[in-house]
Each structure stands twice: as structure tokens, then as C-alpha cells.
Write a protein that binds this ligand. Structure first.
Ligand code: PHE
Length: 336
């Protein structure tokens, strides 16, 4: 037994000396020390040797195993250091490093930040509200009675009979006014949800809401503030038009159009040959809304507006498919 072990040791060390390649070291290791290796096989026999010499043989076998293992590691380092190993085993410190892929701000967030920054500079406070909203704030307090078509199951994601995923950022207006006496001026960005999906609609998108309430706020103030905003956002030469519209929570209401950014008003596919693009909804806060937050309608008036962020981003960057914002395609996102 002892002889067998010593012979195997010498044979192994001889063989190891002749190895020139790192991959051959691996097969050598398996051949001797692996589960079915030669040394392992011999060690399994130790139990059969006479009890009086068994401990000594055991110790010898362990020493041999350690010696071979150590020799293997030494050989491996020697091959790598000599540069004779396989190419992929060598670290070429002269190679330029690989640049890690760096994340950056999503175009939707860039636009949200820009909108909020413009209004912050005009004195509006940035504020947020919950995505999962009570029916009361999303509809009821905004003068949307129970049978209003906008509450149709087709448009709204219901969590339960009185809880919804907010369909717009307007509930934030109510939450703010409920807690704060006038004057208030807030700008409120956030995600909104509607059951809709095609080239120009996604079930989740973003809006920014604005609200200003004080003594003697007029429609002229609304026009002035929104015109200043649009000129900063799209350039000071941008033509604007206010078009009469309807929202249950504002009276009078207006939709705001800007001259088509693609064709400069000549008429093209993007503006459906009208020369104009709708970018936001607005109006003077309806007295019904003030009543639900206990604001004195004789003393105070105000205006509110809401805009779709993806739509603004599409116009600003010339993107023609809203779905692109939500695909997480690095090739698309790194362009901004
Ligand atoms: N909440 C409206 C919408 O989602 C936009 C709006 C906000 C209109 C505030 C008027 C005043 O379309």
C-alpha cells in the first residue's frame, strides 16, 4: 500500500512537470484527485489495510494529496506567468477598458422636470398625490356626478366600487384645496391610468396639473401664465390659440393649441392638416369644485390646467409612437 502510494506520487509529479498548457492541468487534476481519480481510488483501499498501520498510511495518503494539489497550483501559476497559457487566461493590462452602460434620465422625466422647473420659477409649488385614488377625489369632488360618461367602466380602472386608479391628475387639486386655504399655486406631476391602448394611447401615461387660486384671478391670468409657459417650453415665437371646450370641473373651459411644430402651421400628417396641435386642457375652476372644498366662491377665483407629458415629449422630440416611451429600448432612450 505504502509503495503503491509513493509510486503514484512520483508518477503524478513527473507527469505534471511535462504539462505546458493550463487546460491540461485541469484534466490532470481530474485524473488524479477527481472523484474517479487514481489517488482517490487508492485512498478508498486504505480501509482494507491492517489496523495497526492504517493510521500511518492514512496520514501518508493525505500528505501526498496535499503535495500534488500544491504542485498543481504552482504549475498553474508558472504557466500563466510564462505567458504560455491559453490567451483568455492572460490579463492584457494594455487593452482599453470596456465602458459600463450608464443609465440616464428618461425623456418623460426630462419633460416633467422642465415643466415643473418653468412653473416653479413662476412661484408654483411642486406637489404629488396618490395613484390609487378615491372615487370622491377623482370624480365626485370635481363635479363629475355618478352618471357622467367619463366615469364609464371603459375608461376607468376600478380597484373597488369607490377606489380607482386616477384617470387624471386633477384629484390633486381637491386634496390640496381641502388642506390649504387660499392663496394656492401648485404644479402636480404624476402617472395616470385609462383603459386605452393604440399608437397614441397607453394604459398608463403622465400628466402635469396646475392650479392657482387667489382673490380676483381672471381668465386673463390663465392666458398670461400659459402663454409664458408655452413660449419657454417651445420657443418664444410659438403661435398659440385658445379654443372653447368643456370640462365638468372648469367653467369657462379652453383647450390650448400651439402651431404645429412639424410643419409650422402649413398642415401635415401630424396636425391632421389643421396646422394646430392640442397640448392642454384648462379653465376657470368651477364654483361647484370650490364648494366641495369649502372655499368662499364670492371671495376667490382660480384657474386650473392639465397636460399630457408624453404628448409634449412627442412634439418636442418629433416622436411618432407613444409606445416607444415604455419599451425600455436603450437604442431609443440614449437619443435624448
Ligand atoms: N383633467 C383634464 C384631463 O385629463 C385636464 C384638465 C385639467 C382640464 C384641469 C381643465 C383643468 O383631460
Amino acid at each position: 500500500m505504502k509503495e503503491q502510494l509513493l509510486t503514484l506520487k512520483n508518477k503524478a509529479l513527473d507527469e505534471l512537470q511535462k504539462i505546458k498548457d493550463v487546460t491540461d492541468i485541469e484534466s490532470f487534476k481530474v485524473a488524479y484527485l477527481g472523484k474517479k481519480g487514481q489517488l482517490t481510488a487508492l485512498m478508498k483501499q486504505i480501509g482494507k489495510s491492517p489496523p495497526d498501520i492504517r493510521p500511518e498510511i492514512g496520514r501518508l495518503a493525505n500528505t501526498i494529496k496535499a503535495t500534488i494539489s500544491k504542485a498543481i497550483e504552482e504549475k498553474r501559476s508558472e504557466i500563466i506567468a510564462s505567458g504560455a497559457g491559453k490567451k483568455e487566461e492572460i490579463i492584457d493590462i494594455t487593452l482599453p477598458g470596456r465602458k459600463p452602460l450608464r443609465g440616464h434620465v428618461h425623456p418623460v422625466n426630462t419633460v416633467i422636470r422642465e415643466v415643473c422647473s418653468i412653473f416653479s420659477h413662476m412661484g408654483f409649488n411642486v406637489i404629488t398625490g396618490p395613484d390609487v385614488e378615491l372615487d370622491y377625489y377623482n370624480f365626485e369632488a370635481l363635479n363629475l356626478p355618478k352618471d357622467h360618461p367619463a366615469r364609464d367602466m371603459q375608461d376607468t380602472f376600478y380597484v373597488s366600487s369607490n377606489v380607482v386608479l386616477r384617470t387624471h391628475t386633477s384629484p390633486i387639486q381637491v386634496r390640496v384645496m381641502e388642506k390649504t386655504p387660499p392663496p394656492v399655486s401648485i404644479i402636480a406631476p404624476g402617472s395616470v391610468y385609462r383603459r386605452d391602448s393604440d399608437v397614441s394611447h397607453t394604459p398608463m401615461f403622465h400628466q402635469v396639473e396646475g392650479l392657482l387660486v387667489d382673490n380676483d384671478v381672471t381668465f386673463g391670468d390663465l392666458k398670461g401664465i400659459l402663454t409664458a409657459f408655452i413660449h419657454q417650453m417651445f420657443g418664444s415665437g410659438t403661435k398659440i390659440r385658445f379654443r372653447p371646450s368643456f370640462f365638468p370641473f372648469t367653467e369657462p373651459s379652453a383647450e390650448v393649441d400651439i402651431q404645429c411644430v412639424m410643419c409650422k402651421g402649413k398642415g401635415c400628417r401630424i396636425c391632421s392638416h389643421t396646422g394646430w396641435l392640442e397640448i392642454l386642457g384648462s379653465g376657470m375652476v368651477d364654483p361647484e369644485v370650490f364648494r366641495s372644498v369649502d372655499y368662499d366662491t364670492e371671495l376667490y377665483s382660480g384657474f386650473a390646467f392639465g397636460m399630457g407629458i408624453e404628448r409634449i415629449a412627442m412634439l418636442k422630440y418629433g416622436i411618432d409612437d407613444i409606445q416607444l416611451f415604455f419599451k425600455n429600448d436603450i437604442m431609443f432612450l440614449t437619443q435624448f
